[in-house]
Write a protein that binds this ligand. Structure first.
Ligand code: PEP
Length: 246
């Protein structure tokens, strides 16, 4: 039985004051949600504050990206070790916005996953196709390429996969539960090709306009093990409803 995993990706939103206000409202609203792994991914500037506020709670902390080197002359970058140092447990890697705006390819994603796991971080690994790719019948090719390239020589421990169709991110267009299930089943088949039976233990999250109104139906699907939530995770009220979907 896979434990549901629900993560908030705040992207480039929230000051430290806003982070403080959110967490103060959010923690009491989810304190009894013990049968779900809950993760918040604020921007870098809010991570130390969030680490302090979440300590001892049932909510884990994630960053939204790392650089793959341990240290060095890489102006503007943050390493995995620095995140572990401030109390981060996870990092999101390969988000479509990183791939699209910052030219991250599968090889870079693979190096980042390796670096994160070496430092002891859990990884939320994102994959997904554009609308042109879906309409052109290329979804499975893209997923195969991203899974095989991103996870080359990576072990399955402490790994969570997020399937996020790019056409559903921030657009209000959610994949139907049927489309999500069909694609998640394909993702799991690819994971099985890499990890055999261990793929049955991996959580595959759905991401793309998840809201309090659609989470319960998505979660009825056998291969949908949780959600990565952008817009609807920015308000404590709406994200706590998603976490308490049962
Ligand atoms: C995301 O950024 O990972 C995401 C799924 O965003 P949204 O929920 O806003 O579509």
């Amino acid at each position: 039985m896979r434990k549901p995993f629900i993560a908030a990706n705040w992207k480039m939103y929230k000051t430290t004051g806003e982070t403080n206000d959110f967490i103060k409202d959010f923690l009491p609203a989810v304190s009894s949600a013990t049968d779900v792994d809950i993760v918040l991914a604020p921007p870098f500037t809010s991570l130390p504050l969030a680490a302090g506020l979440l300590k001892g709670s049932n909510v884990n902390l994630s960053a939204q990206d790392i650089y793959f080197e341990k240290e060095g002359a890489y102006t503007g970058e943050i390493s995995s070790g620095m995140l572990v140092d401030i109390g981060c447990q996870y990092v999101i890697i390969g988000h479509s916005e990183r791939r699209q705006y910052f030219n991250e390819d599968d090889e870079t994603v693979n190096k980042k996953i390796k670096a994160a796991k070496e430092a002891g971080l859990g990884v939320i690994f994102c994959i997904g196709e554009t609308i042109e790719e879906r309409e052109g019948g290329k979804t499975e090719d893209i997923i195969k390429r991203e899974v095989d390239g991103g996870l080359k020589d990576i072990s399955p421990d402490n790994l969570v996969v997020a399937y996020e169709p790019i056409w559903a991110i921030g657009t209000g267009k959610t994949a139907t539960p049927e489309i999500a299930q069909e694609t998640h089943a394909f993702v799991r088949a690819r994971l099985k090709a890499l990890y055999n039976d261990k793929a049955d233990d991996l959580r595959i999250l759905y991401g793309g306009s998840v809201k309090p109104e659609n989470i319960s139906e998505l979660m009825t699907k056998p291969d949908v093990d949780g959600a990565l939530v952008g817009g609807a995770s920015l308000k404590a009220d709406s994200f706590s409803k998603i976490v308490n979907f049962k």
